[in-house]
Structure formats: C-alpha cells, structure tokens
Design a protein. Structure first.
Length: 102
C-alpha cells in the first residue's frame, strides 16, 4: 500500500516499512506515533484522494531523534563593512512506517 501523509507542514510519500525523516515530534525513541493526516492512498491499483484528508491513519515507530546538517547563512553588503554569519541545524524525528490503514 502507498500513501501520502502530511506532518509538520510538509508532505511525505510512504509505504509500509519505509523510513522517513519528519519535523521533530514530541515522542520517545521506540514509542509509537499515529499520523492521521492522510492525503492520498493507493491499494492494488485503486486510488483514493482526500478532500482534503482521508479517513485513515499511518502508524509509525520512532527510530531516532536527531539534528540535520548545519546550514550556513552569510549576509554581506559590499562597501559598507557589513558581514553577518549565522548557522542553523534543524531538529528531526526519524520514523519507520509500520501500518497504513485507510
């Protein structure tokens, strides 16, 4: 089964057993998370599209809580002696999809 879910303001294509990185979720490693915003589902060639969501849920297991790579932001205004450098690391939650129910 194939589905598209929404979490953290982003959309992710998922299948059972797939591992994805989503925006940080308040859950412990090893716990179970239920994501109920299912936008699209396909099972054996039959597609269902939500308006905007389907009646269903995706059950995931939290594999890891981590931080992404560092992104450098550098601002420069030439001839004005203005330089500003900041960095950012986004928090994420790595989940493994265990079941898709639609």
């Amino acid at each position: 089964m194939y589905a598209i879910i929404e979490t953290g303001g982003k959309q992710y294509p998922v299948q059972e057993g797939s591992v994805i990185d989503v925006e940080k979720l308040p859950a412990e490693v090893g716990s179970e998370v239920v994501l109920d915003r299912v936008l699209f589902a396909e099972k054996s060639g039959e597609a269902q599209v939500g308006t905007p969501y389907l009646q269903g849920r995706v059950t995931c297991e939290v594999v890891d809580q981590g931080r992404g790579p560092k992104i450098d932001v550098f601002k420069l205004k030439k001839r004005n002696d203005y330089r500003k450098r900041i960095g950012h690391r986004q928090d994420y939650t790595r989940v493994r999809v265990s079941a898709i129910e639609v």
